[in-house]
Ligand binder design. Structure first.
Ligand SMILES: Nc1ncnc2c1ncn2[C@@H]1O[C@H](COP(=O)(O)OP(=O)(O)OP(=O)(O)O)[C@@H](O)[C@H]1O
Ligand SMILES: [Mg+2]
Length: 142
C-alpha cells in the first residue's frame, strides 16, 4: 500500500494502524533518507503498541528495548537505528538471532545497512520526502 501524509501526526497514524495488526515476531524494516520520517513512524508504532514512554532516537546506543503486551503475552519491542553503520561485529555481539524472534517486534531505521542479515519475511516501509510537509510512505511485505 502507498499513502501520502502531510503531517507527522498523519504518519504516526499510519504506523499506529499497522501496530494494531501485529501479533509478535514481525520485523519492520524502514528505508529512507535523513528526516524522511522514520523516527516519527516509530513513535506511532510505539503508541499503537501501548508504549507510554517517549520514543527518542537511539543515538548514543543504537538500540532501545521496550516491553509490550501482544496477544496477552509480554514481548519485547526493539528499536534499532543503524545510521552510523555499526560494524557487523557490534551487531553480532547484540545477537541478531535473539532479536529476530517470535517473542519480539523489531523496527529498524536505516535497515539497508544490514539488508543481507534481515529476515526475508518482513514488513518493508519506504519513506520519500516530497516536500517540507509531504511524505510518500509505501508498505510492502516480503
Ligand atoms: N508528513 C510528515 N511525516 C513525518 N514527518 C514529517 C512530515 N512532515 C514534516 N515532518 C518532519 O520531518 C522530520 C522527520 O524526522 P524523523 O526524525 O522522523 O526522520 P528520520 O527519517 O528518523 O531521520 P534520521 O535518518 O535522521 O533518523 C520531523 O522534523 C517532522 O516534524
Ligand atoms: Mg530517525
Amino acid at each position: 500500500m502507498e499513502v501520502k501524509t502531510n503531517t507527522p501526526f498523519a504518519t504516526q497514524k499510519i504506523a499506529q494502524d499497522l501496530a494494531k495488526n501485529l501479533k509478535g515476531g514481525e520485523v519492520i524494516a524502514l528505508f529512507g533518507d535523513l528526516g524522511a520520517g522514520k523516527t516519527v513512524f516509530v513513535q506511532g508504532l510505539a503508541r499503537g503498541l501501548g508504549i507510554k514512554r517517549r520514543i527518542i532516537s537511539p543515538s548514543f546506543v543504537f538500540m532501545r528495548t521496550y516491553p509490550i503486551i501482544l496477544s496477552h503475552q509480554t514481548l519485547t519491542f526493539y528499536h534499532l537505528d543503524l545510521y552510523k553503520g555499526e560494524s557487523m561485529a557490534d551487531l553480532a555481539s547484540l545477537g541478531l538471532d535473539e532479536i529476530f524472534s517470535p517473542e519480539s517486534v523489531v523496527v529498524l531505521e536505516w535497515a539497508d545497512r544490514i539488508k543481507k542479515e534481515l529476515p526475508k519475511k518482513r514488513i518493508n516501509v519506504f519513506f520519500e520526502t516530497i516536500d517540507e510537509k509531504t511524505r510518500r510512505i509505501s508498505i510492502k511485505r516480503s
